[in-house]
Every structure is written in C-alpha cells, then in structure tokens.
Design a protein around this ligand. Structure first.
Ligand SMILES: [Zn+2]
Length: 408
C-alpha cells in the first residue's frame, strides 16, 4: 500500500466519521470523496488484489448486485456497495472501508462504467439493459451503449451480457470473452433501431431481433430463462423460486448465476438457492403492514422500470402511485405519458407525491378510477377497503414511503 493511499484512506475515514457525528449523513459518499481528493488513484489502489464483479444497466442494478453477493457469499466474505452509492466516490468508500474481503460486487452508474472498469480491472462485468432514464440527465441510450462498447474493447474481463437487449448486445460484442444470457427484455421501445447502423430492427415472436442492413442480430445465448426456469451453460434446467416477484427478476438471477459460475465457479444450483432466500432489497419489494393492512412497496424509476413494475403488480388491490420530480428522480416527469398506466383500469388508484397532479392527469387519460391525496400516509389510508395495498413509487417518493412504513 502506498503512503498516499494510506493517508487518503485515513482522511476519508475521518471525514465519514465526522459526517456521521454531526448528523449530516451516513458518511459513505463524503468519505469516498475525501479519499479520492487526497489520492485520485484510490479506487484503483483499493481494488488491488481483489476479484471484483461490476454490475451496470438502467434497471435492476441493486437487485442483481444483491443476487450476486448472495451467490458469492456461499464461498466467503464479499465487499459491496449498498445504499445506492454507485458513483466512484461510493465505490471507493466501500472498498476502503472493508480491507479484508478479497471478493467484491459493485453496482456502477451506467456512464461511470468505463472509468470504474479501467480503475479496478474487474474479473467480471454484468450488463443488464439500457433504456431511457432521467430525461434531463443522460443524453441518450445509444451514446451510453457506445461508451460501454469502447470501454469493453480489449477488456480481459468476462462480460456477462443480456442477449435480448440490442444495445447491450452491441456494446458487449466488443469484448473478447462474453457469456450471453437470454435474460429477457420487457421494454423494447428504446431499442427499435439498430445501434450499429440505424436500420429498423426486425423482431420475431420468440424475442429474436435482427438488423437486415448490417446483420447485427441477437447472439445465441449459452444461458437462458424459460418461464420460471434458468437453463445453465450445460443445459441443466433449474427451477427458480425467488421470494422477489416478477419475471424480470428471474432474468436478473440468471445473469447473476452466470457471473458466479463463469467468474468464480459457484455451482448454479447453490447460487440460485442463495438468491431465492432474499426477501427484499433495500426496501424494494418490501412486504409489511400499515395500520393492520398488508402493504407491498415497489420501486420504479423510468418508463422501462414502471412497465416491469406494473406487470408484477397484483391485480384487484388498490394501488398508490407516488411520483416526485426532484434532482434524484429527474425533474422532467413527462415520461409518465410513456408508461402504460392503462393496465391499472378497474383498480382503485391514489395519485400522490409532489407531482400528484401530473399523475392524476395521466390516470384520468388512462381511464383509471382515482383520487389525489398529497400526504403520503393519508394517501395510503385513502385506499378502498381493508385488504392489501400496493405502493408504486419513483426514487425519492419510494424513500418517503420507506420512512412512513418504518415509522408506523
Ligand atoms: Zn444494423
């Protein structure tokens, strides 16, 4: 360890401790920021001697990271970045705080993947999907796919990539060692054209896609998902009984299992069994009660995420739709018009959050019976009946409901 790195680590730990003492926050990000200020190479230094996996993509990073952590913990301790701290500062903090685990799993914000991969030289990179996220922040997904492709060109990492997402597939074909997983793609509206040549992609009923103009096509996956079953590279089928809901999470489990096997030799059956036991991930999919009623809390941050979340939502339950538009959410909520809220027809909905009016207008156009209630707890109480309720919330609205449910 260099003296500079040791100093940087100590300074970061002091800053994190001070931040916690003065009640300014959890300290994770400020600690990492100070460490990187003192030693800009701290992330690379902290990664030396470690076998790391990076997980990136628009949706499912946190869940897939948790799946892979569970799989690798069947072998020993694993360092990871919890709490959404997925920028270089948060990654540096995670790796400098835990100095003993030699294996680690880091979720990485999409635009930072090239910089982080260059710094930590990962053993495996897991690429989930790319779709529009916060409209005011990242220019467009084709550009993100391009910087991933440049970063993976010549990389020695094992890249575990979702073959069903054309943008991911195009980026990953630049890597030398790719494991293709047919993990599924529920949202195709952000990949209608070929990322290589701009041609309209031809799709077939079985999930295949192809550009007639340049020949880019869905790679043949070595792992695939078939309903609730994950078929591994040897053709062995594993029935997956996740506690977490949704077909999308079976796909995430397949990607994590492929990374655990090809990167660390963890048997797929053992890896998937470890994932099955996870009840919720940092409040996502949390099932609890509020004033005696069963409540399930679901997070969705962008059109693709909302589409998946609506698909896993239970029919017949009243549903709270909570939307804010703070910096962390993206300040432009016009994406509401891209989300198929029509699927809530026939259910009682409660529009809430700081953009409850935008939600209410969208629900009115979708012909969904609804009321608008500003206060988070009151919105929950306004749900018809006394049976189960679901809350679908975007990022900061979700954090509000975590607190409401915790404090109840
Ligand atoms: Zn093409």
């Amino acid at each position: 360890m260099t003296t500079r790195f040791a100093l940087a680590r100590a300074a970061g730990a002091t800053a994190a401790g001070l931040s916690r003492l003065t009640g300014r926050g959890g300290g994770t990000t400020i600690g990492g920021r100070v460490t990187l200020l003192v030693d800009p190479n701290a992330l690379a230094a902290a990664a030396v001697g470690r076998e790391l996996a990076l997980v990136s993509g628009t949706n499912g990073k946190t869940t897939t990271r948790s799946f892979l952590v569970a799989a690798l913990r069947t072998r020993g301790p694993v360092v990871s970045n919890a709490g959404g701290a997925n920028l270089p500062t948060g990654l540096t903090a995670a790796l400098t705080t835990d100095r003993t685990s030699t294996v680690g799993v880091l979720e990485v914000d999409e635009p930072f993947l090239p910089r982080v991969a260059a710094a930590v030289q990962p053993r495996a990179v897991v690429l989930l999907n790319l779709s529009r996220d916060q409209l005011d922040r990242y220019a467009e997904v084709r550009r993100l796919a391009g910087i991933w492709r440049d970063a993976l060109d010549g990389s020695s990492a094992t890249v575990v990539a979702n073959a069903d997402d054309p943008l991911v597939a195009w980026a990953a074909t630049a890597a030398k060692d790719v494991v293709w997983v047919g993990a599924g793609q529920g949202w195709t509206y952000d990949s209608t054209s070929c990322p290589a040549c701009g041609d309209v992609l031809q799709r077939d009923a079985t999930g295949g896609w192809r550009s007639e103009q340049c020949g880019l096509a869905r790679p043949d996956p070595t792992w695939r998902v078939d309903g609730g079953t994950v078929v591994d590279a040897d053709g062995d089928a594993h029935t997956v009984t996740l506690t977490l809901p949704g077909q999308v999470n079976v796909g995430n489990a397949a990607l994590a299992a492929a990374a655990a096997w090809h990167g660390w030799g963890v048997e797929p059956a053992a890896a998937l069994a470890a994932m099955a036991a996870i009840p919720s991930v940092e409040g996502r999919y949390l099932e609890t009660t509020h004033r005696g009623r069963p409540v399930r809390l679901l997070l969705a941050k962008n059109p693709a995420g909302w589409s998946e979340t609506l698909r896993m939502s239970r029919p017949d339950t009243p549903v709270v739709v909570a939307v804010n538009a703070r910096a962390a959410d993206g300040r432009d909520p016009s994406w509401l018009w891209d989300v198929p809220f029509e699927s809530l027809r026939g259910r009682h909905a409660i529009a809430t959050g700081e953009r409850s009016r935008d939600v209410a207008v969208r629900l009115r156009y979708a012909d969904v019976d609804h009321v608008r209630v500003d206060d988070a707890a009151a919105a929950l109480a306004a749900a018809h009946g006394s049976g189960p309720v679901e809350i679908l919330a975007n990022y900061t609205a979700f954090q509000t409901y975590r607190k409401v449910l915790r404090d109840a």
